[in-house]
Design a protein around this ligand. Structure first.
Ligand code: TXA
Ligand code: MG
Length: 335
């Protein structure tokens, strides 16, 4: 079982120690309990997905202790300033363009060019984020497909040893996830309804705010699917050798991999070769996935050939992501 501590000084210090060490903490917020990790540490973020048993890498909300910390990560615009002024700290998440050089791990943002940020209205959460000195990625602390956790017992029961510590601050005041407001496009759109309504947001923003009723955990129609990072270059999965002009996204040793027509994969130029994990570690691979795909996603490459990833643990989510990319390139039936 996870340890449970109250968020006094000792509890907060212990949470910070675990987070700095790359571990997971069950964190109370005013909406629901979050499963928190250091947002800058891809390996720690990979643990969130492993623990949730998510079939997909959905982008996570990045929790900050104030507006200024959030403004270091995303491009704030006039609407974002007004919404934050009115509702932060509080149950409102803003989707905004990532700043150039934003240090949040690509895995936490699922490789997207936008990022979800919020400042929770909970003393313990704010104290932990501030003392940790880094923003925290935290989805709702429930197993994928289960109800969100609103008490510390829910969190401890669901995750057992996967979460080292749960900070227990009783039941959550709101009990429902934050409103997700997309301010990255031309018109403001609520992607997930929550305690802050579209009407309240319209008033503050001085313009109409629409609803996109897509259920982002289980999209019902293509128009309602969450946007995913898609490489411009075709992706070919389960590659056992390379075609001339292809880049290689490797997993494990590549000593014996050849290029059709002659040559060895290990001799590819540096910008055509990335290894998700030489040791074959799925957590390391997940942490590297989006940034390495991006690095190989250049017009000079005919395709990105990806080696087979085992369909276990985080491999399920990695393969889900790769299959979508391959399908988009019409390559999924070839291999
Ligand atoms: O109340 C909450 O928001 C809780 C507490 C812990 O803060 N967190 C939470 O996180 O509900 P999660 O991961 O369960 O939900 C995140 C939502 C998902 O619907 C996800 O699709 C959306 O935010 N989201 C995150 N980044 C996005 C992005 N760049 N574009 C569109 N949607 C995004
Ligand atoms: Mg959730």
């Amino acid at each position: 079982m996870s340890r449970i501590m109250v968020p006094n000084m000792a509890g907060i210090e212990e949470a910070v120690r675990i987070l700095k060490d790359g571990g997971l903490v069950g964190l109370p917020t005013e909406t629901v309990y979050g499963l928190a990790a250091n947002a800058l540490d891809g390996g720690a973020v990979a643990k969130i997905f492993a623990a949730k048993g998510r079939p997909q890498f959905n982008p996570l909300i990045i929790h900050c202790h104030n507006f200024d910390q959030a403004a270091e990560l995303v491009e704030m615009n006039a609407g974002a300033r007004a919404a934050a002024e009115a509702f932060w700290p509080g149950p409102l998440t803003l989707i905004l363009p990532r700043k150039a050089g934003c240090p949040v791990s690509d895995l936490a943002g699922a490789g997207l060019s936008t990022l979800a940020v919020r400042v929770p209205k909970h003393e313990a959460a704010l104290a932990v984020i501030k003392a940790a000195g880094v923003p925290l990625a935290a989805p709702s602390a429930n197993k994928s497909g289960s109800l969100s956790a609103t008490t510390p017992q829910h969190v401890a029961e669901a995750f057992g040893d996967e979460v080292e510590l749960v900070l227990a601050a009783g039941a959550c005041a709101v009990g429902l996830e934050s409103t997700v407001l997309d301010l990255s496009g031309d018109a403001p759109v609520v992607l997930r309804p929550g305690a802050v309504s579209a009407e309240e947001l319209s008033e503050v923003l001085g313009r109409a705010v629409g609803y996109d009723h897509g259920d982002h955990d289980a999209p019902k129609s293509p128009g309602q699917t969450l946007k995913h990072y898609a490489p411009a270059v075709p992706v070919r999965i389960n590659a056992i050798d390379l075609l001339p002009g292809e880049a290689l996204l490797a997993f494990g040793p590549i000593k014996f991999m050849g290029i059709r027509g002659g040559g060895a994969a290990k001799d590819l130029p540096e910008d055509s070769l990335r290894n998700l994990s030489e040791a074959g570690d799925l957590h390391e691979a997940a942490a590297n996935l989006f940034s390495m795909m991006r690095a190989l996603d250049r017009p000079g490459h005919k395709a990105i050939a990806v080696m087979n990833i085992p369909e276990t643990g985080l491999g399920v989510a990695i393969n889900d992501r790769l299959r979508r990319a391959a399908r988009a390139s019409g390559f999924d039936r070839l291999d």
